[in-house]
Write a protein that binds this ligand. Structure first.
Ligand code: SF4
Length: 353
């Protein structure tokens, strides 16, 4: 069949990472920009993207890809079984691309994640054009989301963000990491807390959901208290829908790894991390969800296997109603012997998370 033969050359470009909450087969990955434009944060260094050079893909290139995907989706609606049947006979790259699309389709075609690290660097009219093409070719869906650097968000006007919201963008994932100016400077984040406050408010005003990331332990032993207090302050001012906790793990090949090994940065111990978290939670006055949806968040070993202190669901704990539950888990975690925890130092053998 001619249409099915066409699938032999099916390809689309996929970047290396996405947030776990946009994961599995539920999210279709669509690469709009390549790599990270900054690559200088000491704890990351753009390593998830292989420190590759940042570039914008052209609108034409992305739209062609979306159009090809749309044709496959039509075929799937008409001849689902036959398309699945063809999969094993395709060459490797086409098979991978088609498998990704088929998995997304069969799990309900609910969400799309635009890659890579800073999609808001694409000029607004071009990004809006891509978003509209996605909805035209692939249908309406629950959400379309992307990563954005806090500084790029800060530089967008409410009108631009509203234009993107109308075109279909629904949620931004932004790395706040810390609300403490000094921690951000030390980590070379290229961002100020005030920029996140202003950018975050603009996003909310434009009707975009926000998922902000907080790195537990980023202040180290020396600055943990200011890190927790000031992060809570920024989060209270922005009031995002989601705050996602990521435990600091010094990754090989990053400047922070080197500082830690040389002794100029001292990691928090597992109990100290929980105490930092307790302070943050006590000071949080927001109405979103606090989420621990990453395997590296605090866990300890038992004879039955690893146990995580917090539920790892993407929906997390609703605030303020579930604050007490989080605090209770922190206290239980502190009662458990510290030596049973898998420390962030022992996870540092990893190159990426
Ligand atoms: S944390 Fe984000 S902005 Fe910083 S280097 Fe990594 S990908 Fe780039």
């Amino acid at each position: 069949m001619r249409e099915l033969e066409e699938l032999r050359g099916f390809r689309h470009e996929v970047g290396p990472i996405r947030p776990p909450s946009e994961g599995g087969s539920c999210s279709l990955l669509l690469r709009v920009v390549r790599n990270c434009p900054w690559s200088l944060c000491k704890f990351c260094y753009g390593k998830p993207y292989g420190r590759g050079k940042f570039s914008l893909r052209t609108v034409e290139e992305v739209k062609e890809e979306v159009e090809r995907m749309g044709r496959v989706v039509e075929l799937l609606r008409e001849k689902g079984e036959e398309v699945w049947g063809l999969l094993s006979s395709l060459p490797g790259e086409s098979r991978g691309a088609l498998h990704h699309l088929l998995s997304w389709f069969s799990s309900g075609s609910r969400t799309v994640f635009l890659q890579d690290a800073d999609v808001l660097l694409m000029p607004t009219p071009r990004l809006a054009e891509i978003l509209e093409e996605v909805r035209r070719r692939l249908g309406e869906m629950e959400r379309i989301t992307c990563y954005a650097r806090g500084r790029s968000l800060f530089r967008r006007s409410v009108e631009e963000l509203r234009r993107l919201r109308e075109a279909g963008l629904s949620r931004l994932h932004v790395g706040l990491e810390s609300g403490d100016q000094e921690v951000l400077e030390r980590m070379n984040k290229g961002l100020t807390p005030q920029e996140v406050v202003e950018g975050g408010r603009k996003a909310r005003e434009a009707g975009l959901e926000l998922s902000l990331y907080y790195i537990l332990g980023l202040g180290g032993e020396e600055r943990w208290e200011a890190h927790a207090r000031n992060t809570a302050r920024v989060l209270n001012e922005v009031d995002p829908e989601f705050v996602r906790v990521r435990r600091l793990v010094p990754l090989k090949g990053t400047p922070l790894f080197r500082e830690w090994r040389e002794g100029s940065f001292r990691l928090q111990s597992p109990h100290a991390e929980l105490r930092e978290l307790r302070l943050l939670v006590e000071e949080l006055e927001f109405s979103g969800r606090l989420c621990f949806d990453h395997f590296a968040n605090p866990f300890y070993l038992t004879p039955g296997g690893p146990r995580w202190v917090f539920d790892r669901g993407y929906g997390g704990y609703r605030f303020p109603s579930e604050r007490e539950e989080v605090l209770k888990r922190i206290e239980e975690g502190l009662e458990r012997e510290e030596a049973l925890y898998v420390s962030s130092a022992s996870l540092s053998v990893l190159e990426t998370l």
